[in-house]
Design a protein around this ligand. Structure first.
Ligand SMILES: Nc1ncnc2c1ncn2[C@@H]1O[C@H](COP(=O)(O)OP(=O)(O)O)[C@@H](O)[C@H]1O
Ligand code: SF4
Ligand SMILES: [Mg+2]
Length: 342
């Protein structure tokens, strides 16, 4: 790891629901609230959380497929909001995306070779020979035979199609790949193969990943650091091993406690904590986790807990488990004991 590639500062995205009529205030979906993190070259930062917590919106904001309501995304220190169209195209070369469903993102009328070389052809004209050489090279990188370049997407299995999605993402030699639920639609044994491919590519090419998943087992396998999101906010960001060995935020703890033992044949739960995730249109006051949190105190209903740095390098947003120091540097509340979620 040698230097900061991506920096996200106070990123916020509110989606208005409908348009204002007669100056009525429009309700908004608070999809992402005040999210900050960074990714170093060669690093895997995982973003984990239940469905609807804002993971895909973060991915779209990073790729600038949607405009933020607030905050900044910097690539190699440059704010992507200020980029002109051609500069944005260049910055997109640095950052590529792999999607959950490779089938819907691969054009069924193009051959595998055409699909994976298309990103390069958007920048420069390739001769037939160059295209074939590039396609063969990319297919080999993702563990496929060059002869497969003449086949169509419908002739591949789900795992092979995801390999094509990865090959296409590699075509422009990016530094960072954003993978949004990239293995979630695959069988567990195929998931493991694709995760191992990503790990190999990272080793060979020094790639960084923002790896988004609702599945803690997958995250534990691939992550260097993990950001846990709840209702649009990061509630804990920690080195992967530390997070799994010793979760500090009550939500992280509940997620890990509810995740099944690492047995690839067992199904993981998508909603492991008791109670429904509240709506991001009208999120609970204070700490949004308070209606589901067995440790909640009065303050939790009133004040949003700030992300507080802990001694082991993690940050945690919890009034009880990670009390913010007052101006004298003393913690303002005592940390509480362990938690059971059932
Ligand atoms: N274009 C949109 N318009 C309105 N609401 C949206 C839009 N995209 C996402 N949302 C809402 O934002 C929240 C976060 O969604 P998303 O980022 O897709 O979550 P995740 O990927 O974690 O499941 C959800 O409540 C979702 O319904
Ligand atoms: S701030 Fe309060 S409600 Fe939120 S996680 Fe901590 S103890 Fe629970
Ligand atoms: Mg999503």
């Amino acid at each position: 790891m040698n230097g900061q590639l991506l920096k996200v500062e106070n990123l916020t995205k509110h989606y208005p629901l409908g348009t204002g009529f007669l100056n009525k205030t429009v309700p908004v979906v608070r999809a992402v609230e005040d999210v900050s993190f960074s990714v170093e070259a060669g690093e895997t930062l995982c973003i984990v959380g239940e469905s609807g917590c804002g993971k895909s919106t973060v991915a779209r904001l990073l790729m600038r497929l949607v405009e933020p309501t607030g905050g900044r995304v910097l690539i190699d220190g440059t704010d992507i909001a200020g980029l002109k169209t051609h500069e944005l195209r260049a910055s997109r070369r640095r950052m590529q995306m792999v999607f959950q469903d490779p089938y819907s993102s691969l054009n069924p009328r193009l051959t595998a070779g055409q699909i994976i070389t298309e990103p390069v052809e958007n920048f420069e004209r390739l001769s037939r020979k160059q295209r074939q050489a590039l396609a063969a090279d990319l297919l080999r990188k993702v563990g496929m035979r060059p002869g497969m370049m003449h086949r169509f997407p419908s002739e591949f299995s789900g795992g092979q199609r995801q390999r094509l999605g990865i090959a296409r993402a590699l075509a422009l030699q990016p530094s960072l790949i954003i993978a949004d639920e990239a293995v979630s639609a695959l069988d567990v044994s195929v998931q493991a193969q694709i995760l191992n491919l990503l790990l190999d590519l990272q080793q060979e090419m020094g790639l960084a990943f923002v790896f988004i998943s609702h599945d803690l087992g997958v995250v534990e396998h691939i992550g260097h650091r993990v950001a846990v999101m709840y209702l649009g906010r990061i509630v804990e960001l920690a080195p992967c091993e530390a997070l799994f060995a010793n979760p500090v935020h009550p939500y992280t703890e509940a997620l890990i406690a509810a995740a099944p033992v690492p047995d690839p044949t067992r199904v993981r739960l998508e909603v492991p904590v008791e109670g429904e995730v509240p709506s991001p249109v009208n999120p609970p006051s204070g700490c949004a986790f308070h209606p589901r949190c067995p440790l909640a105190v009065d303050r939790c209903r009133i004040e949003v807990p700030p992300l507080v740095p802990m001694a082991d390098g993690r940050v945690v947003a919890c009034h009880v488990r990670a009390p913010a120091a007052d101006t004298s540097g003393r913690p303002v509340a005592a940390a509480s004991s362990s938690l059971t979620v059932g």
